[in-house]
Design a protein around this ligand. Structure first.
Ligand code: NDP
Ligand code: ZN
Length: 352
């Protein structure tokens, strides 16, 4: 089979590989549509998870099941499925402890294009199919379905990590596709004021998803702008979905005592994160910093899919660049690397 792979840091291309084998609990799937993620860019061009050779890229898609193992109960060949970016081993101790995304070790639930071949391939392997896949609701098209792999679950996880409550004032740092979904999730959780940080004009979508105020990180320190906008009070919660290691200091400075930060940003470079001592209440400010990889799992995917299916969440504005066929995959990947101003998310359709 053909797959689009990271050949080494900074180099990618199509390669030939054997079709993966299907274990008793597994499924083999073929993509119906795939989306490119900023994480693919961190991995391939920044070497953020280290060197990988001939590893097929990609972790966002929806797919058709082509083969299932003997012990798979709820899926069969021909089923169209949502595929989460994170596919934990559900019988691991980490999953039993409530951290399935780290099943087998730190971040090890993130298997596609990290510990095994990803989904930019004619066929790909899904471990623990009953635990990880979800049926694709009939009224969700294949392009929108790709947004349920990672953008919705990750953006919403930032909201969960920040523990957004009714009436909160929330700062969302970064309004790319992940941050836009954090804005949407923050709004659904009942925040009153949502201050969004970003500059790309296409992110006016953030307003439709519920952002009430905007800050440009190019106009000086974020915290100063946020404190000015809130009469010096700051915000209850911060979701971080963009920027670099420096955003944590900004977030701590923006937070009220007792506030919480939920980070889902993948920090691709830098060695340390600085926490400002004074604004962190000289160690006693009850300002919590939580960072997490999105949870996967069938139950969560079914619930998030139901939000889209029921018309409560419109993900269609995210897919700004839709291509037809594998021939356009590289173009889509390079587009995500270069991030033109009108881009939110590139998607490659392989079926209707
Ligand atoms: P984008 O690059 O599309 O968006 C990043 C956003 O951050 C943009 O709004 C950008 O603004 C803004 N930004 C850039 N620099 C700064 C800065 N210095 N200060 C504040 N804001 C800044 O990224 P995505 O939405 O695709 O992804 C966001 C992050 O989430 C990535 O790091 C990605 O790898 C990670 N991720 C994490 C996952 C998880 O499970 N935890 C899963 C998937 C993705 P501008 O408008 O100017 O471009
Ligand atoms: Zn992703």
């Amino acid at each position: 089979m053909k797959g689009y792979a990271m050949l080494k840091i900074g180099q990618s291309g199509w390669i030939e590989k054997g079709r993966p084998a299907c274990g008793p609990l597994d499924a083999i799937c073929k993509p119906l549509a795939v989306a490119i993620c900023t994480s693919d860019i961190h991995t391939l061009w920044e070497g953020a998870i280290g060197e990988r050779h001939d590893m097929i890229l990609g972790h966002e898609c929806c797919a058709e099941v082509v083969e299932v193992g003997a012990d798979v109960k709820d899926f069969k060949p021909g089923d169209r499925v949502l595929v989460p970016a994170i596919t934990p081993d559900w019988n691991s101790l980490e999953a039993q402890a409530g951290y399935s995304m780290h099943s087998g070790g730190m971040l090890a639930g993130w298997k596609f294009s990290n510990f095994k071949d990803g989904v930019f391939s004619e066929f790909f392997h899904v471990n623990d199919a009953d635990g990880n896949l979800a049926l694709l609701p009939k009224n969700i098209n294949v392009v929108d379905a790709c947004m349920l792999s990672d953008m919705v679950p990750t953006g919403f996880h930032g909201v969960e990590l920040a523990d957004v409550q009714f009436g909160d004032t929330v700062l969302v740092i970064g309004i790319g596709p992940v941050g836009l979904m954090s804005v949407a999730g923050t709004n659904m959780r009942g925040a009153s004021r949502i201050i969004a940080v970003g500059t790309r004009p296409v992110c006016v979508e953030a307003k439709k998803y519920g952002a009430t105020d905007f800050v440009s990180y190019k106009n000086g320190p974020i915290f100063q702008q946020v404190l000015d906008m809130t009469d010096g009070k700051g915000v209850d919660k911060v979701v971080i979905a963009g920027g670099g290691v420096e955003t944590f200091a900004e977030a701590v400075k923006c937070l009220k005592p007792g506030g919480k930060i939920g980070n889902v940003n993948y920090l691709g470079s830098g060695d340390n994160i600085d926490i400002p001592r004074v604004e962190w209440g000289v160690g006693m400010g009850h300002k919590q910093i939580n960072g997490g990889l999105m949870p996967g799992g069938r139950l969560r995917m079914e619930k998030l899919g139901a939000l889209v299916s029921a018309g409560k969440l419109d993900v269609s504005p995210l897919s700004t660049h839709v291509f037809d066929g594998w021939d356009h995959l590289e173009e889509a990947l390079f587009l995500m690397r270069d991030k033109p101003k009108d881009l939110i998310k590139p998607v490659v359709k392989l079926a209707d």
